[in-house]
Design a protein around this ligand. Structure first.
Ligand code: IPM
Ligand code: MG
Length: 371
């Protein structure tokens, strides 16, 4: 049985609540004789600040770099609103992304049939939805320099962020999007604001050239980011793969999450460049949702996005696509049975706890694996 090294960073708020459920699922794989996961744990975010005075320690950074995959829960909370900017909880997550070179963020938005009624949109708009948002994750306004607040000396200050993209950054995220589209519906929608941003003009130009050069068998179209936000809630099924920059991707993926019924449903994978020889790549998997401090520790958070993030790790880090499908089928089937955490209740459903949801998925795995 192959052994895989998983590094868990549960983080803050509901992060630990949902991560505990993934540990159950990982343990199931061992019990079923399918794969053995060797697990280490570390701290990121506010909890790391409490322990080390920074959002992630050097030791935990090394463990993250050495792991086959990192699973992260969530970071942040009002408790740390006052801490210095450089050591705020989010800095830990951003450092992991940057130092591990995780430039490609895959955020699939799938509406499970049983959840079509949990969405704030009409059933016919979301039923059967299956789109993939590919967000650039190590560039753009998140990391561009200068990034500062300067004192203008006249009682005024100036806040500056820099949106910057180089050709190679646009090309490599474009390739990820086109490669995914080739295995899906063959369509990519690229999104920027070229009507007001130079980085958008370059983004559009590079995507168009890349498509013509390497992917002309696929369909590429472009939509301005504001219009794309509107189209996402108007008729989301028009999309297959959406590729966009760091900031637009952050916003659009939150919008997309509500199409699926709840922010508690959306997993994500953040991937680095594959090593040309071994094919190995750094990878971090995390739910799109935040730390939800208001419900932390109450046993009511939805662990599905976290469990589905583990399924993505099976698919993208461990070459276990069949097993990833199995986990996703188990989730769909539990929902079909009417079991729901508080955020995704429908008519005639049973509300269960975080732990009960983890247990239900685990039991479903046993049933499905048996046949
Ligand atoms: C996300 C989050 C992060 C981001 C925060 C926590 C820094 O919103 O992963 O979408 O803005 O990228
Ligand atoms: Mg976000």
């Amino acid at each position: 049985m192959t052994t895989h090294k998983l590094f868990l960073l549960p983080g803050d708020g509901i992060g630990p609540d949902v991560m505990t459920q993934v540990e159950k699922i990982a343990a199931w794989f061992g019990e079923a004789g399918l794969a053995h996961f060797e697990i280490e744990k570390g701290l990121v975010g506010g909890c790391a600040f409490e322990a080390h005075g920074k959002a992630i320690s050097e030791g935990d950074m090394r463990l993250a770099q050495a792991a086959d995959a990192v699973l992260l829960g969530a970071v942040g909370g009002a408790r740390w609103d006052g801490v210095p900017y450089d050591v705020r909880p989010e800095a830990g997550l951003l450092r992991l992304r940057k130092d591990m070179g995780l430039f490609a963020n895959l955020r699939p938005a799938i509406c499970y049939p049983a959840l079509a009624e949990a969405s704030s949109l009409k059933r016919e708009v979301v039923e059967g939805l299956d789109i993939m948002i590919v967000r650039e994750l190590t560039g753009g306004v998140y990391f561009g320099e200068p990034k500062q607040i300067i004192d203008l000396g006249n009682g005024q200050k100036r806040g500056i962020d820099t949106q910057v993209y180089d050709t190679f950054e646009i090309e490599r995220i474009g390739r990820v999007a086109f490669d995914l589209a080739r295995k899906r519906g063959g369509r990519v929608t690229s999104s920027e604001k070229r009507n007001v941003m130079k980085s958008g003009v370059l983004w559009h130009e590079v995507m168009t050239a890349l498509h013509a050069r390497e992917f002309s068998d696929l369909k590429l179209d472009h939509q301005l980011a504001d219009a794309l936000g509107m189209q996402l809630v108007r008729w989301p099924k028009q999309f297959d793969v959406i590729v966009t920059d760091n900031l637009f991707g952050d916003m659009l993926s939150d919008v997309a999450s509500m199409l699926t019924g709840s922010l508690g449903m959306l997993p994500s994978a953040s991937l680095g460049e594959a090593d040309p020889v071994s094919g190995q790549r750094h990878a971090l998997y995390e739910p799109v949702h935040g730390s939800a401090p208001d419900i932390a520790g109450q046993g009511i958070a939805n662990p599905i996005a976290m469990i589905a993030s583990f399924a993505m790790a099976l698919r993208y880090s461990f070459g276990m696509a069949t097993e990833a499908d199995l986990v996703e089928r188990a989730i769909a089937s539990v929902l079909q049975d009417g079991l729901r955490t508080a955020d995704i209740q429908g008519s005639a459903t049973t509300t269960i706890s975080t732990a009960a949801m983890g247990q239900a998925v685990k039991e479903k795995l046993t049933q499905l694996a048996a046949g």
